[in-house]
Design a binder for this molecule. Sequence first.
Ligand SMILES: Nc1ncnc2c1ncn2[C@@H]1O[C@H](COP(=O)(O)OP(=O)(O)OP(=O)(O)O)[C@@H](O)[C@H]1O
Ligand SMILES: [Mg+2]
Length: 258
Amino acid sequence: MEYIEFKNINKTFFKATPREFKALENINFTISKGDFVTIVGSNGAGKSTLLNLIQGLIAKDSGNIYINGKDILQISQIERAKFISCVFQNPLDGTAPRMTILENLSLAYRRGNRRTLRESTKKQEIEIFVKELKKLNLGLEDKLNTPIGFLSGGQRQCISLIMASLNNPKLILLDEHTSALDPKMQNVLMEITDEKIKEKNLTAFMVTHRLTDALKYGNRLLVMHRGKIVFDFKDEEKKKLNVKDLYEIILKLDCENN
Ligand SMILES: Nc1ncnc2c1ncn2[C@@H]1O[C@H](COP(=O)(O)OP(=O)(O)OP(=O)(O)O)[C@@H](O)[C@H]1O
Ligand SMILES: [Mg+2]
């Protein structure tokens, strides 16, 4: 059986008004455990709407999303947060600025678990966090007691990524999570993202406008356009694509409808 199944997902905004707008139309696809799916498409294609719907930030009109056979659209957003995690575009979104690195990581680590705050537990947690932070190579393991608000956007996004992957989520959602960073930091964060996904064998969706990243990372590539998945490149097909091909595909889609 497939790990995640999307069945006939539809979402219309401003229903029954003159502004009625189909943001997602008959979305059907399945993915296997460990798939790293990159998603591209023009502004307004429906990429974030799809991720927001998975997360429970917006409600579907119709359809189902099954993870291991269980329809996750039937359970509350809070329940979903136990096994779906996300890193979004704005570095200010994922972390609590006044809380320290340690406090932010602890919160993420305990999410969905009833862990006690005994000293021994705390010590074990700190060891885990330091190990994760060291892998970033940004010296953040020496700043455990620094409030997150003092860190750069890039540093914050790296910590958000650790937070999102700490509890081995069933699915991790990345919506343009590198886009607010400088070009070098974008590359650093992408490498860290890829390592983390491989190390933990996570199943991931990553929306990006950086076509090089969409091609370089992951084993599957979806192209979205006007609420639909219009191309679905898997493994070998994806490897054969280059940036120019992909750019032309997206450009052609935009021209066809204008
Ligand atoms: N909460 C909402 N209420 C009304 N319309 C919305 C809402 N969220 C998204 N839309 C509309 O749905 C369409 C798809 O938006 P979405 O944010 O999913 O696009 P996107 O593919 O993520 O684009 P971008 O690359 O610009 O982030 C847009 O026309 C947008 O205006
Ligand atoms: Mg978006």
